[in-house]
Design a protein around this ligand. Structure first.
Ligand SMILES: [Zn+2]
Length: 297
């Protein structure tokens, strides 16, 4: 069992940081390809997603490098095994990493024992292939057991699997604490594409795409609102991009343009989950006392 630790003071980032932006690069390529009832993978969906490992992730790394910004690479264990070089180059460029399950299993569909096995398997792939002892985790669709498993069996400093808040918060249980850094539903999967599962007359997945302009407008609106609020309140902009979605040229150009736009504003910092977690623990979270009462919130 776990509980949230209720903050007793106003959150703050380090001096001079008005709006931290954390880009999460979901490097999962074809792991979540649709599988038909007979066990066969939908070949269209598979190919569309496989683009992520073959091309998209490289293009995302190129754009982040061009702007000299770092983000967090959220990588499935099986993807790391298939495409190790991209993660090695991302690591060399200073990006952070988090595990994203082994083959993009939707953990809400798995019993705790199997979820634990898959987390362990993924963690060991990072250690073996990348020499990376993970500080963070983002599951695929958290189960009711996810947080307990992370607290009880691992040493993660942070989790970023929840969609339920604007700012980090501390969770306590099994004798330790973990920082939850929530992400948001305006990720590229929500604003760039709509993937529909097979239905007659086509047996295959179909992909509807929003225009690059729509993606731009959504990102800019979110940024502008947060930057304004950041003048007086703590804010955070999580920005999720998938290798197989925003990795495509026309959408990548929007990410390129967005980073250039955001960098013009004073106090905007592109950072990583590892770094944001370190700030939070240093400046804020360790001062929080265990939740004895909601009245403190
Ligand atoms: Zn995913």
């Amino acid at each position: 069992m776990w509980t949230e630790v209720r903050p007793q003071q106003t959150a703050r980032w380090p001096d001079g940081v008005r709006l931290p932006i954390i880009i999460s690069v979901h490097h999962q390529s074809e792991e979540a390809a649709y599988v038909f009832d007979d066990g066969q993978v939908d070949p269209f969906d598979y190919g569309e997603r496989q683009y992520g490992g073959r091309r998209g992730a490289w293009r995302l790394l190129e754009i982040l490098s061009k702007h000299n910004v770092r983000g967090t690479w959220i990588v499935c264990g099986a993807t790391l095994e298939k495409y190790p070089q991209i993660s090695r180059e991302a690591k060399a460029a200073g990006h952070s990493f988090a595990g994203h399950t082994y083959e993009h299993e939707m953990m809400c569909n798995y019993p705790a024992k199997e979820e634990l096995r898959l987390i362990r398997k993924t963690v060991s792939v990072f250690e073996d292939l990348l020499g990376e002892h993970l500080k963070g985790w983002r599951t695929c669709f958290a189960s009711h057991n996810t947080i307990d498993l992370l607290l009880e069996h691992f040493e993660f400093e942070w989790d970023a699997s929840m969609w339920n808040d604007d700012l980090p918060y501390v969770i306590e249980g099994h004798g330790r604490r973990i920082l939850e850094i929530p992400f948001s539903t305006y990720s590229d999967a929500a604003i760039a594409v709509l993937i529909t599962k097979p239905f007659p007359p086509s047996p295959f997945c179909t992909w509807s795409t929003n225009t690059p302009r729509f993606i731009w407008n959504t990102l800019k609106a979110q940024f502008d609102a947060l930057y304004q609020r950041g003048e007086t309140k703590p804010v955070l902009m999580p920005l999720t991009v998938h290798d197989f979605i925003v990795g495509r040229p026309s959408r990548c150009k929007i990410l390129d343009d967005f980073i250039a736009y955001a960098k013009q504003f004073e106090g905007v910092v592109f950072t990583t989950h590892d770094e944001a977690s370190a700030w939070w623990w240093k400046n804020y979270a360790r001062e929080q006392t265990p939740s004895t009462a909601l009245e403190n919130s």
